[in-house]
Design a protein around this ligand. Structure first.
Ligand code: SF4
Length: 216
């Protein structure tokens, strides 16, 4: 069972192509300035059977996904469930002869992941490790602060991600908005001050944002 905050298809702003996005629930790292503070508490009520999550991935993407992005929350805080999810994705990819890649974010340093979670890294095509550091504005595409790297981990990962390792965020930077049951969430990596600007623009139009994820 994996604790999941939300899942979305298609995601086009967190990795190349049209992707399945899965955000896990629970993060013990608590980076200052994190915009996803709603994902911090663990919540057993948000547990989803891994088989059901994979069935959802199969249903929504119908074999057309270029990749899957796993974020959060902190995926490596649920190592056993993450392992089962990654194994299920790999089996689906192999059985259906698909070619989607698996990219995972983590707030843990790469060295710690290599030491404690080598088995999980071996199941990924690429990882974006290191904590979010508010005082280091983003430098590169798909990353929230300049200390965060993009590390290809497999042959597929190297083929697909090497061109993006040093790619500046620049003009490729975009955000998606998704609406679900009265809740709006922004998908992507905001720049410093972007969420305040969104709030101000909403206020100008008479909309007040409540229970925002970038404040507690
Ligand atoms: S940025 Fe990521 S690792 Fe850091 S607190 Fe937020 S969810 Fe956790």
């Amino acid at each position: 069972m994996l604790e999941v905050n939300k899942a979305h298809w298609p995601v086009t702003v967190l990795g190349p192509g049209r992707r399945i996005g899965v955000w896990v629930q629970g993060c013990s790292i608590h980076c200052h300035g994190c915009v996803s503070q709603d994902t911090w508490p663990r919540d057993p009520g948000k547990r989803i059977a891994v088989a059901d999550l994979i069935a959802w991935c199969r249903d929504v993407s119908r074999g057309t996904a270029d990749g899957i992005t796993i974020s959060g929350g902190e995926p490596f805080d649920q190592p056993a469930a993450l392992d089962a999810f990654l194994a299920g994705l790999a089996a689906w990819r192999r059985e259906q002869e698909l070619d989607f890649d698996i990219l995972c974010y983590s707030g843990y340093p790469l060295r710690r992941l290599q030491k404690e979670h080598a088995r999980l890294l071996a199941r990924l095509d690429a990882v974006i490790p290191e904590p979010y550091v508010d005082r280091l504005p983003p430098a590169n595409l798909w990353r929230g602060s300049a200390n965060q790297t993009l590390v290809p981990l497999s042959a597929r990962g190297r083929e697909r991600y090497l061109p993006y390792v040093d790619r500046p965020a620049g003009g490729d930077k975009r955000m998606q908005a998704a609406i679900d049951g009265g809740r709006v969430w922004m998908i992507g990596i905001p720049d410093r001050g972007d969420m305040a600007r969104v709030e101000a623009l909403c206020a100008e139009r008479g909309l007040t944002l409540t229970e925002v994820s970038w404040r507690r």
